[in-house]
Design a protein around this ligand. Structure first.
Ligand SMILES: [Zn+2]
Length: 326
């Protein structure tokens, strides 16, 4: 079975570690996504490396001490000539990548056309590739330094970098929800008398259990349900796309800028939020199954036409603004 994209992204995020420059991190993930679309399965093996980690790496195969600590490790071969502060990994602006087998189980280190294609995608996104270096070639290595030197970065200077791609055009295939909440109420409407709409009840219950929304489950769509849906959206954007939004339930410029496009074929919590928001606006997607299929597409299309925005059947910044802005 072919490895799923989310798995490659999850592993890459883990391997990059904290301390990455956010533009470099997002660009590395975009590279993995674009390669995946071409049937090339790549993954990030390393990203941020602290000065101490660099010291331990430099100490392999030689005698070395750093800040009074001994890092000599003669039992291992030399792997780097970069001292702490002499690798762009130390500043979170470099990543290393490799290819994986179709099933995602094996690392492939042969420098072939696929490997070079990933480098080319990386370069389109603003990276410089170690395979282009004269002299020693570092094929897994990609960096984005904004023209700064090691000494400038050691002095605390941060590169000014910007994304070379538009997140609006992203196809989103998200992970399936982990804790799907069964809607007991909507299955038996007779138990639901005087309690408002059964599907709204199910939406409120899901918001309470999945996002700890603390809503009163009354089946009535009100401002609290809406702001809880915005919170859910902010939570998912932070979790799945490494955005750093304040989860405040308010529709603002930062949340709008962070929106990724949800379109046919997408699965998971973002799709569920879209379905729930469409339903609360009176556009029934048929079911709230977290899968962007025909029903969601048709409800979305009707909503877009009613709001006189581009009826492209994709939920991007424009659609979410119509759904959530006051
Ligand atoms: Zn590297």
């Amino acid at each position: 079975m072919t490895v799923v994209l989310q798995r490659l992204l999850d592993r890459s995020i883990k391997n990059m570690g904290s301390g990455m420059n956010s533009v470099v991190k997002a660009s590395a993930l975009e590279m993995i996504k674009r390669a995946y679309k071409e049937g090339i399965y790549a993954q990030i093996s390393a990203g941020y490396r602290s000065m101490e980690e660099q010291a331990a790496l430099f100490g392999q195969g030689r005698f070395f001490s750093y800040k009074g600590k001994n890092y000599s490790n003669l039992s291992k071969p030399k792997v780097t000539n970069a001292l702490p502060g002499q690798s762009f990994h130390n500043f979170g602006v470099a990543v290393d990548y490799f290819l994986v087998s179709d099933d995602g189980k094996n690392a492939l280190w042969t420098i072939n056309t696929k490997w070079k294609r990933v480098a080319a995608i990386g370069k389109e996104l603003g990276f410089k590739w170690g395979g282009d270096w004269t002299g020693f070639k570092d094929y897994p290595h990609l960096e984005m330094t904004g023209g700064l030197t090691y000494s400038q970065m050691n002095a605390g200077k941060k590169p000014s970098l910007s994304l070379k791609f538009n997140t609006e055009n992203e196809t989103v295939v998200t992970v399936p929800p982990k804790t799907e909440v069964a809607s007991e109420v909507s299955k038996d409407p007779s138990k639901n008398k005087g309690k408002g709409d059964a599907t709204i009840v199910s939406i409120q219950k899901t918001l309470n259990s999945r996002y700890k929304a603390g809503l009163i489950v009354d089946g009535i769509n009100g401002p609290k349900t809406k702001s809880s849906l915005i919170k859910a959206l902010q939570t998912e954007l932070n979790k799945q796309f490494n955005k750093r939004l304040v989860v405040d339930g308010k529709w603002g410029a930062k949340t709008k800028a962070a929106i990724v496009t949800v379109q046919k074929g997408a699965k998971g919590n973002l799709t569920w939020i879209l379905q729930a928001a469409l339903y609360t606006e009176g556009y029934n997607p048929g079911s709230l199954d977290s899968i962007f299929g025909k029903g969601t597409e048709s409800a979305l299309s009707k909503f877009q036409k009613a709001k006189r925005i581009t009826a492209d059947k994709k939920a991007g910044k424009g659609t979410f603004t119509e759904l959530f802005a006051d």
